[in-house]
Design a protein around this ligand. Structure first.
Ligand code: FES
Length: 248
């Protein structure tokens, strides 16, 4: 018996139901792993398996409980008598735009997503968010024309779309927030001057010789060079610039 099989024998098994059929699965599994353990294969609706990509949003029920629960299948651990099924895709409409022609104004957001003003502030979007994003708050910020605030409030959004699944105003909140972050990053945030400087340094060949030296090092020299490297100061500290072209 392999180690994996031995662990499965030791694990406490619990019943779950997948599309009405009962399966016994180890209690420590996530919904995603429990479905795979039961013989299902994810072809879509599965990406990072780490709670970051938002591909695996799902809903489930529990025995004797009228509520519909939601979560990320790759993060939510199964419970006894959990009822699982496949979640159909939520057709949240995304505005079509050529980003280069935008200028970062609230009017552009309103024109692309007029449904913003159908929000009735019920807060169902915030309650369902698996990332604890204050979805209703960023929608309210956008209604006020505050793109920057919307971008900042929605920063942790993973685009899973659960917010749209509950919205009685039929808003595609996560698509709107993505537009806000794009506009904020491109038009409303000051350009990163240090990045320009560094790119110019690279183009001017200031690191070419140093990189050549690094490539020629054996592993041990490379490791010690890395450990002894000059550290970039923390955010808010002095600007870091290479002393000369030999800097490694
Ligand atoms: S698979 Fe990426 S969040 Fe679950």
């Amino acid at each position: 018996m392999s180690t994996t099989e031995a662990k499965q024998v030791e694990a406490k098994m619990i019943p779950i139901y997948v599309m009405g059929k009962k399966y016994e699965v180890p209690e420590s599994l996530t919904i995603m792993k429990a479905l795979e353990y039961s013989g299902y294969q994810y072809i879509r609706g599965c990406g990072c398996r780490g709670g970051v990509c938002g591909a695996c949003s799902t809903v489930y029920r529990k025995a004797g409980d009228y509520k519909i629960y939601s979560g990320l299948a790759c993060q939510t651990v199964v419970e006894p008598d959990m009822y699982l099924t496949q979640l159909p895709f939520y057709p949240a409409l995304r505005g079509t735009y050529s980003f280069e022609t935008l200028q970062g104004t609230p009017e552009e957001v309103f024109a692309l997503y007029p449904e913003l003003f159908r929000c009735v502030a019920c807060n169902a979007c915030t309650k369902i968010c698996p990332m604890d994003v204050e979805v209703m708050d960023y929608i309210a910020a956008l209604k006020r024309g505050d793109i920057k605030a919307a971008a900042e409030i929605s920063f942790d959004c993973i685009q899973c779309g659960l917010c749209a699944s509950r919205c009685m105003g039929e808003l595609p909140q996560y698509h709107i927030a993505q537009l806000a972050r794009r506009l904020n990053g491109t038009y409303l945030t000051p350009p990163a001057e240090h990045l320009k400087t560094m790119t110019a340094n690279i183009d001017a060949g200031r690191f070419t010789e140093g990189l050549g030296q690094l490539k020629g090092m054996d592993l041990e020299t490379l490791k010690s060079t890395y450990q002894e490297r000059e550290m970039e100061p923390a955010v808010g500290g002095e600007d870091w610039t290479p002393k000369d072209s030999q800097h490694l």
